[in-house]
Design a binder for this molecule. Structure first.
Ligand code: AMP
Length: 396
């Protein structure tokens, strides 16, 4: 008996979805609704026998979900067969430490956390409500991006600020991309035929957003994102770590208020800020090849930050068995992987250049056979991870 799960990821202006049979792990349908709230909305629905596109104004998430339901009715598979819906939920704060079946109390809790993730939690909740309206008879499950990092020790999640202020406003490190870090660290143990409990792993999730985690025996012990997804590694448009004094400084010298600085650091920084607008690593590599000094410096800053984090996580873990690359850049950019590993060679990271150069969608080892640390590329699959989490939650 198949166990089809609808996985939904509602962002502020988009809805991504898949139907995955949790038993065979086959993908029955994938889809994307874009430009919600704009006059030229678009829905793309892909099933094994074709791809279907609907262009129409999509004023809100209710209408987006209505169009999704219509696409399933027109092109299949039958939504009536879906046994549960798994929702991506970005910020679980201190309330949600694991995947949770949605009740009214859960929705209230997510709404109460909106201050921590104003761009993400409100559309997540809107999506849950809209999906409950169209699929009222199946369980809905919330999968929190922060949950995998609920295990961080206090010394890792505590910021060195006034403890009462921190408590009053729930200021601490939460971490994000948890579904990916969890999936990839488990998959790494599987690929190596090792017991997860005996494995020390550093996972580099390098996409447009980027974060790194230290995982000891399957338990996350450190990660680079924080209260928000802004700190840590250099990202496509986000600065990652920066002196927090920049907020007051830019207020004084440029008249920018905190919200304006936040926008600069989130949207106009990172690789885009350093290169004058390029956030895609394919474009940045082409510019480096063309001799562009800004692009070269951007890449050097990116690698420097990443190497600093990996070195520090090796120290925190007391050595590591594996280093794993995932997400768009980590899976596809051999030059980034080589740049990282070459700098880390003195610490026992020895790449196999031929294995690193291979393009593949499969998980693979890219280190030399005599490398003390095993280096891998493990493609992430957040949708599959969410489908698994959903099934585990409804069977608990
Ligand atoms: P993600 O957020 O995981 O979807 O990653 C998206 C990013 O991956 C893009 O912005 C690119 O920088 C990067 N990327 C995707 N494909 C490639 C590729 N073939 N080579 C290098 N970078 C890539």
């Amino acid at each position: 008996m198949p166990t089809p799960i609808l996985v939904l990821n509602c962002g502020s202006s988009s809805v991504k979805y898949q139907v995955i049979d949790a038993d065979s792990e086959a993908v029955w349908a994938t889809g994307l609704v874009e430009k919600i709230g704009l006059p030229e909305g678009i829905l793309t629905h892909k099933v094994p026998d074709g791809e279907f596109v609907v262009e129409a104004p999509i004023p809100n998430h209710d209408e987006a979900l209505r169009l999704v339901v219509q696409a399933f009715a027109d092109h299949g598979p039958a939504l009536a067969d879906v046994v549960a819906v798994g929702h991506r939920a970005v910020h679980g704060g201190e309330l949600f430490r694991e995947t949770t079946i949605v009740t009214q109390a859960v929705i209230d809790g997510m709404e109460a956390l909106a201050g921590l993730a104003p761009l993400h939690n409100p559309p997540n909740v809107t999506g849950i409500r809209a999906a409950q309206a169209v699929l009222p008879d199946v369980p809905h499950v919330a999968i929190f991006d922060t949950a995998f990092f609920a295990t961080l020790p206090a010394e890792a999640y505590t910021y060195a600020i006034d403890k009462d202020l921190a408590k009053q406003h729930s200021i601490r490190k939460y971490g994000f991309h948890g579904t990916s870090h969890s999936y990839v660290s488990k998959k790494t143990a599987e690929v190596l035929g090792r017991d997860l409990k005996s494995l020390k792993t550093i996972v580099c999730h390098l996409g447009n957003g980027a974060s790194i985690s230290a995982v000891d025996g399957g338990v996350a012990v450190e990660t680079s994102m924080g209260l928000t997804p802004l700190p840590g590694l250099v990202m496509g448009t986000r600065s990652g770590d920066i002196d927090p004094g920049v907020f007051a400084y830019l207020g004084r010298v440029a008249g920018l208020d905190a919200l304006a600085v936040d926008k600069v650091l989130n949207k106009q920084s990172g690789m885009a800020g350093l290169t004058g607008g390029l956030s895609d690593f394919r474009d940045i590599s082409a510019q480096i090849a063309a001799g562009d000094a800004d692009a070269k410096l951007a890449m050097d800053v990116y690698l420097h930050r990443l190497v600093s984090y990996i070195g520090s996580y090796v120290a925190l873990l007391g050595g590591t068995d594996t280093l794993v690359f995932t997400a768009g850049v980590g899976e596809n950019d051999a030059a980034v992987r080589a740049g990282v590993c070459d700098r880390l060679a003195p610490l026992g990271f020895k790449l196999d250049p031929a294995a690193n150069a291979v393009r593949s969608k499969e998980p693979r080892v890219i280190s030399a056979p005599d490398s003390p640390v095993t280096i891998l590329v493990v493609p992430t699959n957040e949708e599959l991870a969410m489908a698994r989490e959903t099934v585990a939650a409804i069977r608990r």
